[in-house]
Ligand binder design. Sequence first.
Ligand SMILES: Cc1cc2nc3c(=O)[nH]c(=O)nc-3n(C[C@H](O)[C@H](O)[C@H](O)COP(=O)(O)OP(=O)(O)OC[C@H]3O[C@@H](n4cnc5c(N)ncnc54)[C@H](O)[C@@H]3O)c2cc1C
Length: 565
Amino acid sequence: MQSLHRCAPVLRQLRASNLAFQRAAIARNAPKATTSVQRRWQSANAQTKNEATTAASTDPHIDPPSAAAAKQIKFTSESYPELKRDPKYAQLTSEHVAFFKQLLGSESAVLDGVTQDAGEDLESYNSDWMRKYRGHSNLVVRPGSTEEVSKILKYCNDNMLAVVPQGGNTGLVGGSVPVFDEIVINLARMNEIRSFDDVSGILVADAGVILEVADNYLGERKHIFPLDLGAKGSCQIGGNVATNAGGLRLLRYGSLHGNILGIEAVLPDGTIVDDLCKLRKNNTGYDIKQLFIGGEGTIGIITAISILCPQRSNATNVAYFGLESFEKVQQAFREAKGQLGEILSAFELMDGRSQNLYHTASGNRLPLEAEHPFYCLIETSGSNSEHDQEKLEAFLEHVMGEEIVSDGVVAQDQTQIRELWGCREGVPEHLGHWGGVYKYDLSIPINELYALVEETRAKLSEAGLIGETDEFPVVDVVGYGHMGDANLHLNVPVRRYDKTVEKALEPFVYEWVSKRSGSISAEHGLGIQKKPYIGYSRSETMIKLMKQIKSLYDPNGIMNPYKYI
Ligand SMILES: Cc1cc2nc3c(=O)[nH]c(=O)nc-3n(C[C@H](O)[C@H](O)[C@H](O)COP(=O)(O)OP(=O)(O)OC[C@H]3O[C@@H](n4cnc5c(N)ncnc54)[C@H](O)[C@@H]3O)c2cc1C
């Protein structure tokens, strides 16, 4: 950092500790010179590496539970006895299964638990990532082309067989798994990149392409996928579009509603919706593809997308701060927007409790030595590394000089970038360490964003549900999320799913959000978890319009039944 010595006391203090570190580094023959905050980071990191590897390096793939773990999960039909199988749907027979086998040919394309014992093969398709929902499906079909999807859906529609579209099965609201015996239509075999134009930046790809694979493919061509999230190693781009996933880059690149240019999808009657448009501008009537974005598989199956992908930035910087209050987090965000404006690509929030639990569950040391009530991770992405570095340093000097930020570190290379990101991206996964997590994904006016975490914690404490030993179901109440998008993830890690906890949380959380005109689902969708609560965020009129759309596209109601619509 170029001007530490002319700055406020906090920076002088940092400089002093950096000098001490430098002496120690020289003694250890540290190979390269580093800047002030970077040295602190490396100091902490050197110890971390001896103890454990990072989330980013050990856990690149976020998978649904294994078959054995899935067997422990309670069936959704038992957890929610009010849900009843709709008798209008036919029961699967050997004749149905024979049709699918004949259509799809390959053995691996049909997992048949109807005419034979499928063993544990079906378990991971029936159970969700949170270990909260589990269905009874006896049949998984894995089509390899749009035409096959079309024939499958037409057959199901003609025979009143209910289906659940499934991508990477990383959804967090129970939308991707069956409730009863619905057929799972898994898109994993549709995984081809169809085309990419490096002048326009438009990618056309099958729905089953894994997000990380798409991003790596684009990376080799100096572009990026305009969406990034912790489950990128497992989720599919079709699932991302079906949930209108938000993720870590929305602040910079906007929502999929803007980036998706075209969609190919199949309606329940087999109609192929051929709207794989590659134009940025196309004002020719209703924009029907928007209905599939965030539709959660309730009106059809997305089989391919075309999407506008930005140029990959030459320079990426990541910094991680400790802050003393949520007020200071807001000030830091305001300053980041003002001073980093066009290069700011992420501003993420983690409270101290979420970082402590991440540390406990993962074994990874946190980047800062002292504990702070709040942490932020910011990322800048620009085209000129010198210019970006200068801006970032000026910003850091300002926020530390003004004592908005108490301490901070800046990553110096790709490994450090991954490790800092691990402290944010590793949170959702590691919160599940104790058994389960009640997860709420909420849009809240930014000034009140954290108040919900405090009130929820107080409520569960008063009810005697939080504690350190096994008799208490709740481990803690934590908050983290996409501060830049005013999107809070309120998470309640638990030792076991427990109806008393659920009743204390719901509808309390939804009422709280509704009173502030927020949204009960910022980016994860509604699935089964939020089915009863849609009215907290949508008016009667809007719900009626949604139902009309559903019955227009899916008159028999075979698509993803028992979910939000
Ligand atoms: C560790 C972790 C971090 C996460 N971080 C984020 C985050 O930052 N932001 C965010 O928005 N989400 C996040 N998620 C949630 C999840 O990854 C996203 O919702 C993702 O978009 C789901 O994609 P998927 O392929 O796994 O879909 P699935 O889970 O398989 O399905 C999700 C829904 O989409 C439907 N669906 C799937 N594929 C299709 C298709 N081809 N056509 C029609 N419908 C389909 C399913 O029926 C289901 O209703 C995270 C999840 C995990 C586990």
